[in-house]
Design a protein around this ligand. Sequence first.
Ligand code: PGA
Length: 252
Amino acid sequence: MFIGNWKMNHLKADAENFAAQFLKLYKASTTGAADVGFAPVITTLPTLAASFGKVPGILVGSQNVHWLESGAHTGEISAAMVKEAGATFAIIGHSERRQFYGETDNTVSLRTKAAISAGLRAIVCVGETKEEFESGRTENVVRTQLIGSLKGIDAADLPLLTIAYEPVWAIGTGLTATPEIAGEVHSFTRKVLAEMFGQDNAGNIKILYGGSAKADNIAALMACQDVDGALVGGASLQAESFWKLVENGRTK
Ligand code: PGA
């Protein structure tokens, strides 16, 4: 599974151009299938949903959802609203929201529950900062974030749960985690999920890697046992670079 997180990028015309180019590449491909997805800004979500919504294997989602259905919450958006706009998944608890917009494990857990209850796939992000990484606290941070962010999630919710491990120091920096680091943390993440939900359930949850994933490093990352795909920022903004990443990453 390869998800493009467009963050606060692309106006409608850019999204339309992207979709036209990407569809050409996607339809011409003869290699095996992979789930590909895009999380654009909310104003271009309907644009992408119109282009991709009926194409098997291409998903469109939002970058956030609030846990309530409606109310006095300026700047927020509910799960039903993003669904109406065409979303089938939502990214929850991205590190930029945790760092700059006051997202906590508790609010991430509420948003995750709301997304899944509405029938959206929740892609829940966890990951340590540079300082936490350098002081050897990665596992502690990831464990704490997983337990807190998935509070209230039970076995029935798991078919709609995906995890993204995104080391904050690797996001947008070009400092991709080495396959050794990513592989280790992904396996650790799977171990914590097994403690929470049982071995079999944990084995079925996809764990994506995020942080300067690119066409030329994705194959080595995907070769790690517990890396099931990628959440991609910068390299997802141009159709060709993202398509190359998808092609190079489709090793399993
Ligand atoms: P990046 O972003 O690929 O630009 O590092 C990844 C993300 O923030 O999801």
